[in-house]
Design a protein around this ligand. Structure first.
Ligand code: CMP
Length: 224
């Protein structure tokens, strides 16, 4: 039963639309579905890899930390995205930790089953590469942000990246704690609070109910 359910979930994942029924069958045989609450580690930096993961719902952060416990958030993963592919490809330890930001449903796919599919299906390899290239482009953008923008520009870039178009307005719908923004841009939480306050007073952002934010057009001036 779980096997059939997992196969149905796998069939809906964009990465796997290129697989045949029999290939999905093999993948499903080594797949388990899990739900983790907020704040749980799915993948731990430095550990050996066993699985590839697909986020079915919820958001998770990709985070690295140094020996003093200082943390940097490299990315926030959304539902539909895969992760854990890096150490699966090069057999090195996990490059970062992946930690749930809210309740998350995900699939864990056995490493060997996935590798067998990669060698059988060139289109799957291309899809994984497309995902890696997209991440490299986002990482390049992040390096540019950190190197060229001041702290106002960095906060503005994060807010714009997390916003979506709602009836012609840029709205940040999901809660974005200041501590998390700070870890994305290499600033302190206090500094982020000060910048957000400044942006609000000067009319670049407007607080809405339920922790949502509306971004005004002029916020673009900070990143151009
Ligand atoms: P892996 O190294 O196996 O385990 C940690 C995972 O985090 C990694 O595979 C990628 O899936 C993901 N990851 C690492 N760096 C980034 C990044 N810059 N952007 C998005 N995801 C990343």
């Amino acid at each position: 039963m779980a096997h059939e359910e997992n196969k149905a979930f796998l069939r809906r994942v964009p990465l796997f639309t290129v697989l045949s029924e029999s290939q999905l069958e093999i993948l499903a045989a080594g797949t388990v579905r899990r739900n983790y609450p907020k704040g749980r580690t799915i993948v731990a930096e430095g550990e050996p890899s066993q699985s590839l993961y697909i986020l079915l719902s919820g958001r998770a952060k990709v985070q690295r930390s140094d020996s003093e416990g200082k943390e940097v958030i490299l990315a926030v993963l959304m539902s539909g995205e895969f992760f854990g592919e890096m150490s699966l490809i090069d057999d090195a330890p996990r490059s970062a930790s992946v930690i749930t930001l809210e309740s998350c449903d995900f699939l864990a796919i056995n490493k060997e089953n996935f590798k067998a599919m990669l060698s059988q299906n060139a289109e799957l390899g291309m899809s994984v590469m497309r995902g890696l290239v997209r991440r490299l482009r986002e990482a390049d953008k992040k390096i540019e942000t950190l190197a060229l923008l001041d702290v106002y520009g960095r906060v503005a870039r994060v807010l714009l990246d997390f916003s979506e178009n709602v009836g012609g307005e840029r709205i940040v719908k999901s809660k974005l704690p200041r501590q998390e923004i700070a870890k994305m841009i290499g600033a302190s939480r206090e500094m982020v609070s000060r910048v957000m306050k400044g942006l609000e007073i000067d009319g670049y952002i407007v607080s809405l109910p339920e922790g949502k934010l509306a971004l005004r057009e002029k916020i673009h001036s900070y990143i151009s």
